[in-house]
Design a binder for this molecule. Structure first.
Ligand SMILES: [Zn+2]
Length: 184
C-alpha cells in the first residue's frame, strides 16, 4: 500500500507596534479547502465577541461571500479558534504584539489544518482603542484565511509600526485572495 505522507507545519504571524513584532515576514501559500464554510469558534460572552463577528462579516462582505465563517459552539469542532486575552502571552512574542495567529497546514497540498487567533486588549503602552482592536481582528483574520504581510501601508496586512493605525481591507488584499481562491 502506498504510504501518504504529509507534514504538518506550524507558522505564526502577529500584529504589533513595531516592525520586529512580526516574527515571520513571508507566508507560504496556504488556503482553506472550503473557504465558504470555515468552522469558527469565537470565545463567547466576552466584550469582544460581537466585534469579532463583525470583523468576520466584514471579510465575507468584502469578498462577496467568497469567505464565510460558520460559527461553532465548541472549539473542538472548529478549524479557527479565536481567544481574547488581556495581553499576548510573553512566550508567544517579543511583547509588542497585540494580535497573533498561529496555524498549521499540510505541505503536500498547501491546505490549512487549523488556526488559532489571539486578540489582546492591551499593548505594552496601554489599552487599545475600539478601532485598533477591530483593525487587529481584521488583520489576524487575514492571516487565518491565507494572507501574509504587505509592504503597502494601506493594506490591512501591513504590519503596523509605531502606532496601531485604523485600517480597512484593501483592493490589493482582495486581489491576492481572489487569485488564491480562483474567484475570477
Ligand atoms: Zn501580521
Amino acid at each position: 500500500m502506498k504510504k501518504i505522507f504529509s507534514l504538518i507545519i506550524t507558522a505564526m504571524f502577529c500584529f504589533g507596534l513595531f516592525e520586529n513584532a512580526c516574527v515571520a515576514e513571508t507566508m507560504p501559500s496556504v488556503s482553506w479547502k472550503n473557504p465558504t464554510q470555515i468552522k469558527t469558534y469565537i470565545q463567547p460572552n466576552h466584550k469582544y465577541t460581537e466585534k469579532m463577528k463583525r470583523a468576520c462579516y466584514r471579510w465575507s462582505l468584502m469578498t462577496h461571500d467568497g469567505i464565510i465563517f460558520k460559527y461553532e459552539s465548541s472549539p473542538q469542532n472548529a478549524q479557527i479558534v479565536v481567544r481574547f486575552v488581556e495581553r499576548i502571552p510573553k512566550e508567544l512574542n517579543n511583547d509588542s504584539a497585540v494580535g497573533i495567529t498561529r496555524y498549521t497546514y499540510t505541505t503536500n497540498n498547501g491546505l490549512f489544518h487549523n488556526a488559532e487567533i489571539y486578540i489582546a486588549d492591551y499593548s505594552k503602552y496601554g489599552k487599545l482603542t475600539d478601532d485598533e482592536v477591530f483593525t487587529s481582528m481584521l488583520h489576524e483574520l487575514g492571516h487565518a484565511i491565507g494572507l501574509g504581510h504587505s509592504n503597502n501601508p494601506n493594506s490591512i496586512m501591513y504590519p503596523s509600526t509605531e502606532h496601531v493605525k485604523t485600517m480597512e481591507i484593501s483592493k490589493e488584499d482582495l486581489n491576492i485572495l481572489s487569485r488564491k481562491y480562483h474567484w475570477k
